[in-house]
Design a protein around this ligand. Structure first.
Ligand code: ZN
Length: 426
């Protein structure tokens, strides 16, 4: 990749402008992250008394480590294999050759969508030797409650959702590259940011219902208590929904999604069934913390800037002569460029993951503090953390590198230490 080598049909001056735009986007992303992310989250170090076992019994810890020792290698190898496939297809002429064999070549949008579908399906197929045993391990551990046909249906749904979302993004990118007027790259970068915003807004409406059904929490003591808690917090939550998570898992969870009119707090039905009312209040209070701090908006803004900078970097990289020659691709305006684009995206996402998760952990810790401040229920908070770890079979204190790369929440041990130091300060 060099500045002096222009992309297909582009003067060197354009390439310099693209570099400047990338620098500007990267700087804006770093500046926004520095300002809006609560980096000073009161980590476990302040208490100095973190219990790596999070107070779990020896039996539970054994079950967790038993499951993790199977699931982690399988999950990591699935990750590695899909990236290896993306690189193989993207950085050798193999991908371009595959694209030329696919149907629909007479109309480029059809050809593009066929290509995306083929690559997503291929990605799923090569990871089956890992994902099938992983599902088997989840079933053996009691985490998965779905039948194999239901699992296959979920995989199919995932393929469709991935293909549609990737397809839309690539239609925009390649469409602009084919149009090819001056400044198309700038429009592509801005469009990537807008797609992230639209995605955040539409996700709860179009994607979540593909996998689950949602319904309002039924009237009763629990609903009244939760609505009251939100009112105490001064937060208007239009919708507290329960989701039928139990159709595929015993795992417990809750989350906030959507922007503006699509914002909702979602509680897993498994959580409502297993946890005590006091614990559920703590979980809701944590989600209210996200709403209060506008964390979905923060995440969306960071994601949009990341996508803008990412697409700019992608255009520079995939447009660079040596890279294109290696992939046997004439330029980003051709469908043959799709495997190359997906390879660059796969590597970019892997590289960005530690930063993304560091942001997520800081935001999650802030929501925990909010939950503690709102409810004052340190004890229920701790019980809940233990219940989460024991039921979801998550390592209360995972190996450092796994934590840094993949953990989007502080560990159970950290969250309990956080609660204790919070309570000791009072
Ligand atoms: Zn959270």
């Amino acid at each position: 990749m060099t500045i002096t080598e222009p992309a297909e049909g582009e003067p060197a001056g354009t390439r310099r402008a693209v570099w400047w735009w990338l620098l500007l986007g990267g700087a804006a992303l770093v500046a926004l992250a520095a300002i809006v992310v609560p980096w000073d989250w009161p980590g476990p170090d302040t208490s100095g008394a973190m219990d790596p076992d999070a107070g779990l019994t020896a039996d539970t810890l054994a079950a967790i480590h038993d499951y993790q020792s199977t699931a982690v290698p399988l999950g990591l190898s699935a990750h590695a294999v899909s990236i290896a496939l993306a690189l193989l297809l993207g950085l050798t002429p193999l991908g371009a050759r595959l694209v030329r064999r696919l149907p629909g070549r007479r109309r480029w949008p059809v050809h593009l969508l066929m290509t995306v579908l083929a690559l997503v399906v291929l990605g799923r197929l090569v990871t089956l030797p890992m994902t099938v045993p992983l599902e088997a391990a989840r079933r053996a551990a009691g985490l998965s409650t779905r039948s194999w046909p239901a699992w296959a249906l979920d995989v199919t749904r995932g393929v469709l959702v991935d293909s549609v979302s990737t397809g839309i993004a690539l239609l925009v990118l390649l469409g602009l590259a084919r149009w090819g007027r001056r400044g198309w790259w700038l429009l592509a970068s801005v469009a990537a940011g807008l797609l992230v915003v639209a995605g955040s807004y539409l996700y709860p409406v179009f994607v979540e219902p593909v996998f689950n059904s949602f319904e309002p929490l039924p009237d009763g003591r629990l609903r009244t208590s939760l609505v009251q808690l939100a009112a105490e917090d001064g937060i208007t939550v239009d919708e507290v929904l329960q989701v039928d998570a139990s159709r595929r898992t015993t795992a417990l969870n809750a989350y906030v999604s959507g922007l503006g009119s699509t914002r909702r707090v979602v509680l897993y039905d498994t959580l409502l069934r297993e946890a005590s009312a006091a614990e559920i209040r703590v979980v809701l209070a944590h989600e209210l913390g996200h709403a209060d701090a506008h964390d979905v908006e923060t995440g969306t803004a960071l994601g949009a800037l990341g996508a803008m900078a990412g697409v700019t970097a992608l255009i520079l990289l995939a447009g660079a002569g040596p890279v294109r020659r290696r992939a046997g691709v004439a330029g980003l305006h051709t469908i043959e460029a799709v495997p190359l684009v997906l390879a660059v995206v796969a590597v970019g996402m892997l590289v960005a993951l530690p930063a993304q998760n560091a942001v997520s952990r800081a935001i999650e810790a802030r929501a925990d503090v909010h939950a503690l401040e709102l409810t004052g229920a340190t004890r229920s908070f701790e019980v809940m953390q233990r219940r989460f770890a024991a039921t979801n079979l998550t390592d209360p204190d995972p190996p450092r590198w796994l934590y840094l790369w993949f953990a989007n929440h502080p560990s159970a041990a950290e969250r309990i230490a956080l609660a204790r130091s919070w309570s000791a300060e009072r």
